[in-house]
Design a protein around this ligand. Sequence first.
Ligand SMILES: Cc1ncc(COP(=O)(O)O)c(C=O)c1O
Length: 457
Amino acid sequence: MNAISSALQNNLAERAKNITRRELQVYSDRTAASQSANLRARKVLPMGVPSSFQAYDPYPIVVKRAHAGRIEDVDGNHYIDYSLGFGALFAGHCHPLVQEAMADQIQNGTLFVSPCEANAEVAELLIERYELPMWRFTNSGTEATMDAIRVARAITGRDHIVKVEGGYHGHHDEVMISMKPALSAAGDASDPTPVPATAGITQAVMRDTIVIPYNDAEALERVLKSGTVACFIVEPVMQNISICLPDDGYLQQVRDITRKYGTMLIFDEVKTGITAGWSGASGHFGITPDLVCLAKSIGGGLPLGAFGGSQECMDQITSGKVLHLGTFNGNPLCMAAAKAVLSQVCTKDATAQAIMRNQSILAECNAIIARTGIPAHTVSLGAKGCVTWAPTQVRNYRDYKATDFDLAFAQWIHHINRGLMLPPGLDDQWLCSIMHTEAETRRVAEVFEEFVEELLA
Ligand SMILES: Cc1ncc(COP(=O)(O)O)c(C=O)c1O
């Protein structure tokens, strides 16, 4: 690797800020219609957005239409979309087979609140990918993790849950703890203090959620020893702090320790789901949890979540001990889209090709990093990847907090002004969809190279 001089290294943050200052002006000049749409929306929607995650600095672009791997904003700017709805569109925008399935279903009704045949068909498609025999559908990832936790509590008769610091599992109370805590409130790195992520979380809920660091099997064993923990809910690969990979053997240790103490292991695969590989991160690492939660890409752009579990876990619902409810659960429109995604669009071959395209982006970015010696590295899982602005691998939330957010923001704003839409939150990662073309794929490394050259000029 080419080491850059320490003078330049010290100067990078300042250079990044200069790029950001200039690019903010460019952004403002080219997105006037988005800006006025935001101002209008702020009068009637808190922060001007339907979900607070959609608000970002300086203001979000407002989208008019999307197709395949591209979106167009209300100013007429075109972007190659590598954010893809926070990774919810592995199928790409408007895939013809998903559209066809939806169009057929719209002719025949969009809500029965009586079962449809596609419920079992989609469950069977998920069983092919995950070694879990029974499934239920929800409308979001939030509902999937909420319901999976309830099942775990019912089967164990225990109250406590364990999650990792920096982990996001949706917006229900028990998991909105230590999502992105301020380090001043987060206590010791090896034994983090649970910190509510929002007002409105009761003391009772706070008492039930235990927080540990990711990639720390000893910490897990320490907290499970009490015998009061219903479940450990974890993303097998953390994807809300860029991408944070498990250490070799960590997931197997997690599996063994949870089994030893009778604690249910819940893999939150809302993001890794079908994007990490055909059978998600569970298949990639060869670890079967007791319960798995899916959402995002399985719905092909429609609101759909699911959770699957062992026979024993899901019998909690069959027996009526756990009530799992929802007017829109398994509605035929979402089922039609999911059936197309799982059986026709995100096939084994198409998934492998998207992963290969991602590998080529990573190889090119790695070559740029090695050639220039910038303090960054790439991380990937399946069809997703990211550049992390730190010289060494991030193993947990504390490492992630030490990455360089000034550089990350400068990269993001530079790229969006050149028609490359990376996820806006800096916590996310790019996703290569089934529909991105070779030329669109190449563009990621091209724009990254332009940014790096400017940073070092
Ligand atoms: C890992 C993970 N779990 C759960 C959720 C919640 O899913 P939803 O936004 O569909 O409620 C998200 C959303 O980003 C997520 O990233």
